[in-house]
Design a protein around this ligand. Sequence first.
Ligand SMILES: [Zn+2]
Ligand SMILES: [Zn+2]
Length: 133
Amino acid sequence: MTKHLLVLQLRCPQCGACLTEGTQVLLDAHVQDTHQDGTVRLSAVFGEYTCETDLKLPEGAIVEFRCPHCDASVMIPSTCKVCKAPMVSLNLDQGGYVEFCSRRGCKGHALGGIGNIDDLMSLMNRMLDTPFD
Ligand SMILES: [Zn+2]
Ligand SMILES: [Zn+2]
């Protein structure tokens, strides 16, 4: 049985560069706690909050993300409903945007993982082109 994976095609809100490579989103990252800079590969799969990085990223660490192309911050002023960490916002290729939590291990870290369920459903519908009931 093959599971249909919903891979989000994400773009930088500033320069429009495509940030999704395969099933991962590539972003430059700065870890607040340890002042480390590096690269983080987030899962681009809808609802997954795994990530790969060469940084030391303890559970609970907050990461500031930047576009690897134009170096602009992709952080936004709103905070995570679950843990109050700053949120990240990236544009969707299909239109609209996704926001996710910048804290490692938070469930809000999943792309589209939390938020308004109606928004999520309409997002799913747009992405899959087949309406859910
Ligand atoms: Zn950019
Ligand atoms: Zn959070």
